[in-house]
Write a protein that binds this ligand. Structure first.
Ligand code: GLV
Ligand code: MN
Ligand code: MN
Length: 399
């Protein structure tokens, strides 16, 4: 059989050596870091060895091309600043193996892909945002990471590799395999998830500007303390938002930069990320209204000013019915009764791809439901079963 689970596992382990954190199997491979670029160069080499034509576009999205027109299978190989070894990497290496096996067997061509900056160092799903036309390149170039680097500067590091943007109609559809990154498959004991929908997301930066001053001499009633404003904002939001959300809605303040971040100084400025996710676009909009209103009111209460940045986002996306059906048929054939249909609470490039071609997604379980952490993991048997189901569905759809 051309599909080679051991070759797939070996490549997956090799990929985690790029940016290995030294803590468990974790990786630190943020988009455009030296480790990310080295990993992409290695992947391009593996594609070439497999007879696929490596192609980098101006963002650094890496395609392994087969045929004139083909199915596309893949995910992303960048990671969170502290990431797991499988988030994205699994789908990239599975795509490589499926494309490689199709070529070796002389079956209809399958291409593979690793999208760039899925983890949103700069935007939300930056590489596929730009490729699918949701974000224009000139606008993307002005995006900054939390350290103030621009995307333009960072993608410049890959300029020597960059070719053109590929036309979408080169591909007949997109399949992505991914770890679930949540607890449900493990809880239900089902080995596979066929994704029905991907939630929508909104993400913005907010800052409160107060007055930096001496922490010993500034009386409490005269303070304009940016941290106290953030603390009150968080408490007020958690209580007010209850009227808008449902049990599946999530919201997160994940990045906070306090200035000057010193124990004897009343903080004069705080900048933080505000992210929220839900399957219903109207609810996302109602949450935005509430977040804006709460930020302004709390700022006024604390005598600080609020600055609300641009809201970036991805709309909730349904997976293609035929792709779901083929994944379900393959899952039932290879693991009868051991799969379920489920929504995705994590974002994926498939949400963007669904706007330009039919798209489908397959999940395998995450041990303990842990992801975006060094100890993210999945049992090898689940990885291999996922690969086989993905391959079977990809063959059916490519044929
Ligand atoms: C993607 O990694 C996400 O944040 O869901
Ligand atoms: Mn991912
Ligand atoms: Mn991720």
């Amino acid at each position: 059989m051309p599909l080679d689970p051991q070759r797939f596992l070996d490549d997956l382990h090799k990929l985690r050596s790029f940016g290995a954190s030294g803590v468990g199997k974790g990786v630190m491979r943020q988009a455009y870091s030296d480790a990310d670029i080295a990993a992409r160069r290695w992947l391009a080499g593996r594609m070439e060895e497999a007879g696929l034509e490596p192609h980098f576009d101006p963002l650094g999205n890496l395609f392994g091309l087969a045929g004139e027109r083909s199915m596309l299978v893949g995910s992303h190989s960048d990671s969170q600043p502290e990431g797991g070894w499988l988030d994205g990497a699994l789908g990239v290496v599975a795509g490589l193996e499926v494309a490689r096996a199709a070529r070796e067997a002389g079956r209809p061509p399958i291409s593979c892909v690793s999208f760039q900056d899925e983890e949103g160092r700069f935007g939300v799903l930056t590489g596929s945002d730009v490729w699918t036309g949701k974000l224009v390149l000139e606008e993307a170039d002005g995006l900054t990471d939390t350290a103030g680097n621009t995307l333009a500067e960072m993608r410049g590091k890959m300029a020597g590799l960059a070719g053109n943007f590929l036309p979408h109609n080169r591909f007949s559809g997109f399949l992505e395999m991914h770890i679930e990154q949540g607890p449900y498959l493990e809880e239900t004991g089902l080995g596979l998830g066929v994704v029905t929908d991907i939630v929508g997301i909104r993400d913005m930066r907010i800052s409160f500007e107060g007055r930096q001053n001496h922490a010993g001499t500034t009386p409490m009633h005269l303070r304009r303390d940016a941290f106290q404003a953030l603390s009150s904002f968080n408490t007020a939001l958690n209580s007010r938002i209850a009227e808008v959300v449902n049990p599946a809605t999530v919201w997160t303040i994940g990045h906070v930069a306090l200035h000057p971040n010193a124990s004897s100084v009343v903080p004069g400025r705080v900048e933080f990320s505000m992210q929220w996710r839900d399957a219903d676009a109207d609810r996302l909009a109602r949450m935005e209204t509430l977040i804006r209103k709460t930020a302004q009111e709390i700022a006024a209460d604390h005598n600080v000013t609020a600055e609300l940045g641009t809201v970036m986002g991805i709309e909730p996306a349904a997976m293609d019915a035929r792709f779901q059906a083929e994944l379900a048929a393959a899952a039932e054939a290879l693991a009868p009764g051991k799969w379920q249909k489920m929504p995705s609470g994590a974002l994926h490039d498939a949400a963007n791809l669904a706007t330009v071609m039919p798209a489908g997604m397959l999940f395998v379980p995450s041990i303990g439901g842990i992801s975006h952490a060094f100890d993210e993991d999945t049992y090898e048997a689940d990885l291999v079963l996922g690969l086989q189901v993905l391959d079977s569905a990809a063959r059916a759809l490519a044929g």
